[in-house]
Design a protein around this ligand. Structure first.
Ligand SMILES: [Mg+2]
Length: 230
């Protein structure tokens, strides 16, 4: 994306979710816990239970702060930087992306579309995961609200134009296209010409991903289906 070239008026801003849309969040957590265990003993069963409980509510477990605090409590604060670096290193030797993720971003890039990642969760953990997944170069916003539609609506003026935050170039867009797995992300999402794609394999959906979505949001089973519609 060339932010400077797009800084004024553009047609569409493409916003892509990170967890469970682009990235395999379960695998990221699993590898993070494996790496952490090389530094300090974690009560794994307890961590898994907290993660499952928090996830069931549709919230994002703050594993990064949990581990950082755990290290501090054991007098091993100095290990935190090393642990993060190793997590990035180990993650990059694996593929943390879901099928179609690399293709989707390549397509947006190729067509010269303005795009960015909008991810919900604890900022520390989200940034660690984004780095591990190799998205350092992608414009991103980490929000602590799971209702992304509400956030996006706040960018809109009375004439319907979107005044983009500086992270997404700071220009003006006619519409926004949001690609996300969770129904809650589309709460208060702007009406047409803006559009949404909910990417969700319903046969394997988590309760937190389900729910009502506005009529301008199309359901897709996977990213290949989204790509076919762009
Ligand atoms: Mg998600």
């Amino acid at each position: 994306m060339n932010t400077a070239e797009h800084a004024s008026q553009i047609d569409t801003l493409y916003i892509v979710d990170f967890d469970r849309t682009l990235a395999d969040s379960d695998k990221l957590l699993e590898v993070f816990m494996e790496v952490t265990n090389q530094y300090i003993h974690l009560p794994l069963e307890q961590v898994k239970k907290i993660n499952a409980d928090v996830g069931a509510k549709g919230d994002s477990f703050d594993i990064a702060n949990y581990v950082r605090d755990h290290l501090a409590a054991h007098g091993a604060t100095g290990e935190w930087e090393k642990l993060q670096k190793q997590f990035t290193h180990d993650s990059r030797s694996l593929n943390m992306l879901l099928p179609g993720a690399a293709e989707l971003l390549a397509l947006l890039e190729e067509r010269g579309y303005l795009y960015g990642i909008l991810t919900y969760g604890n900022p520390l953990w989200q940034h660690i995961k984004l780095t591990a997944a190799g998205f350092n170069h992608v414009p991103r916003i980490v929000t602590t609200s799971k209702h992304k539609g509400r956030l996006i609506s706040r960018w809109q003026d009375e004439g319907g134009l979107f005044h983009l935050p500086h992270e997404f170039g700071g220009g003006v867009a006619r519409r926004v296209i949001l690609i996300d797995d969770k129904a809650a992300s589309f709460d208060s999402f702007p009406s047409e010409p803006s559009l949404g794609f909910q990417v969700l394999d319903r046969s394997r959906a988590l309760p937190a991903q389900l729910g009502e979505v506005p009529s301008n949001v199309t359901h897709c089973t996977n990213l290949a289906d989204v790509i076919a519609l762009l």
